[in-house]
Ligand binder design. Structure first.
Ligand code: HPA
Length: 247
């Protein structure tokens, strides 16, 4: 039974280096996850793949059923989750196509179903979230990137926004003052829900554009994002190939 899951983000609805062995439809008390779970072999080891935005990339960030996704992964025995997240780069080091392994999060999302601890409780639960990502898995990803000869940023604060629109330049200025280095729409509540279910969870973030007001042009274009995604996702796949055998 596979204990490792990969949650694919924008640009990664299919893992082309995965040898598929099966597909499973799961439903849980929170409803349906984004897609059936794909089981397969990556670098010779069994993994489960779940495309966050659905198999056809049709579910926007604020409509993802994060609770169902995390619950079905937990229910099938997953222990470690590698999340792939496309992001905008805020600080200068976070240039396009850069791979980032974030270590902190600031949550700016709202009205998303963000906890498992809200009904039928015997007592109120507050999970620790001092270090929102699993440090052991983060270190494995950092080592794997070095082995694959891919330069990465080994630390960053991820600002999670509601979307689906991109930000205003003033919002990005505010996030930078808050200490964010990258900005994306899917990091939360996924990371917190994974912690609530005691999953070891870390992210590989791919910078696909300079955040609003930080780039050369006036606007962020989808062409720019798509171009950077292709190169970024290729590096993500190489890191996955290097890390999976070590987990
Ligand atoms: N902002 C928020 N989410 C994103 C961005 C961005 O600039 N790029 C990719 N996901």
């Amino acid at each position: 039974m596979s204990k490792i899951a990969i949650i694919g983000g924008t640009g990664l609805t299919k893992l082309t280096n995965l040898t598929i062995t099966g597909r499973e439809v799961h439903v849980c008390k929170y409803g349906e996850p984004s897609a059936p779970l794909t089981r397969g072999l990556l670098a010779g080891k069994e993994v489960i793949f779940l495309p966050r935005h659905g198999a056809g990339h049709t579910i926007p960030p604020h409509k993802v059923n994060y609770r169902a996704n995390i619950t079905v992964l937990k229910n099938v025995g997953v222990e470690q989750v590698i999340a792939i997240n496309a992001v905008g780069g805020i600080s200068t080091a976070m240039s396009a196509q850069r791979i980032v392994i974030p270590d902190q999060i600031i949550d700016y999302t709202w009205s998303r179903a963000h906890t498992f601890f809200e009904e039928g409780l015997n007592e109120v639960v507050h999970i620790d979230f001092t270090s929102p990502y699993c440090e052991e898995l983060r270190q494995s990803l950092i080592k794997a990137a070095a082995q694959a000869k891919i330069q990465i940023e080994p630390k960053a604060t991820y600002g999670a926004t509601q979307g689906p629109r991109l930000e205003s330049a003033a919002e990005i200025d505010r996030f930078e003052r808050d200490g964010c280095h990258i900005v994306g729409m899917t990091g939360m509540p996924e990371a917190a829900l994974a912690r609530e279910k005691q999953l070891c969870y870390a992210s590989i973030a791919v910078v696909v554009n300079k955040a609003a007001g930080r780039g050369e042009g006036e606007e962020i274009t989808m062409q720019e994002i798509e171009h950077n995604l292709v190169a970024g996702v290729d590096q993500v796949k190489r890191i996955l190939e290097a890390v999976i055998p070590t987990l």
